[in-house]
Write a protein that binds this ligand. Structure first.
Ligand code: CAA
Length: 304
């Protein structure tokens, strides 16, 4: 029996590529009103223009009508400034899509727990950080995590991992923390399906299934480059034409963001203590240099 997600209003924290994409599929496919918050006004402007561009393209390609694009756009409100998570007080679910930083996410989930309705689902789009740790942060300071109140607060936290570009990639990875309730999982899954996604589930291990497999692959490609085994073009072309990957691994790393790849690899390495996950020195140095890939104009390749 399919479960109703019951989301009448969604909150999205972060108006980057991921947050904007999540807001778009929620408004267009699941047809729910969405409030997106980002503390940076520049990010809000960028997010809105990306959304307008993607909707206009769908109209131009005849996938949706002008009317449907307008309705989707009208469902989305993007705000910035000092409001913070207080703006999410009336949402049924919030998806956090900020950068990969545990202490930042812990602070956010503590304020979600304090400010949002007690029955709101608190989802994180983290690519690798422990959902169980994030859920623990949603237990108020003066509450025993094993008490009914503690279990209730942490039980609504779930991992809902979208892939970039969100409107194009068909998958959502659903991750249960130790504390997540079955009801939270069922509703989060139903919501992802309403957004047009197929859902796989993973245990709460570092990197889940997706990045426990993807990141060693990307790292090996970087080490091939570092050792001079082949040029960047030949490494990428080998995987594109030899294995039918849509992008080569170095191009994909630039696309994901080298800082994000490094943060995920560090989480994998620290979380497993397995040397197969140790990030390459070249990746570390490129991030030290501020070469973050496509978003900064330079990574393994150069971008306008
Ligand atoms: N946002 C939204 N849509 C985008 C986009 C973006 N940033 N970039 C491309 N697209 C759309 C295009 O508009 C186009 O849509 P239409 O079919 O409507 O025209 C479609 O994607 C194909 O684009 P292009 O024809 O320009 O280029 P392409 O065929 O090379 O495809 C791609 C681009 C979809 C990005 C493809 O190269 C691809 O699938 N690459 C792999 C992406 C991938 O692996 N993503 C997962 C990364 S891992 C992750 O996100 C999670 C994590 O935890 C790290």
């Amino acid at each position: 029996m399919s479960v109703a997600h019951g989301i009448r209003k969604l909150g999205v924290l972060g108006a980057g590529q991921m947050g904007t994409g999540i807001a778009l599929v929620a408004a267009l496919r699941a047809k729910v009103p969405v409030l997106v918050y980002d503390r940076s006004p520049e990010q809000v402007t960028k997010g809105l223009s990306l959304m307008d561009k993607l909707l206009a393209k769908d109209v131009a390609k005849g996938r949706i009508t002008n009317e449907q694009a307008k309705e989707a756009r009208d469902r989305v409100t993007v705000v910035s400034g000092d409001l913070g998570v207080r703006g999410f007080r009336d949402v049924d679910m919030v998806v956090e899509a900020v950068s990969e930083n545990l202490s930042l996410k812990e602070a956010i989930f503590a304020s979600f727990a304090a400010e949002l309705r007690p029955d709101a689902i608190l989802a994180t789009n983290t690519s690798s950080i422990s959902i169980t740790k994030i859920a623990a942060a949603a237990v108020p300071d003066n509450t025993n995590a094993a008490s009914e109140a503690g279990k209730k607060s942490a039980g609504r936290v779930v991992g809902l991992h979208f892939f970039n570009p969100v409107p194009v990639m068909k998958l959502v990875e659903l991750i249960s923390a130790l504390q997540t309730t079955q009801e939270t999982l069922d509703r989060a899954r139903a919501f992802a399906v309403a957004c047009g996604k197929e859902v796989t589930t993973s245990k709460d291990v570092p990197g889940f299934v997706s990045n426990a497999l993807l990141m060693p692959f990307i790292n090996e490609a970087i080490m091939c480059l570092e050792k001079g085994t082949a040029t960047r073009e030949d490494i990428d072309t080998t995987l594109k034409l030899g294995m039918n990957h849509p992008m080569g691994p170095l191009q994909l790393a630039d696309f994901i963001g080298l800082d994000t790849c490094l943060a995920i690899q560090q989480t994998l390495y620290e979380g497993t203590r397995d040397s197969k996950y140790r990030p390459s020195i070249l990746l570390e140095r490129m991030v030290d240099a501020g070469w973050y890939g496509k978003k900064s104009g330079k990574g393994f390749y150069e971008y306008d």
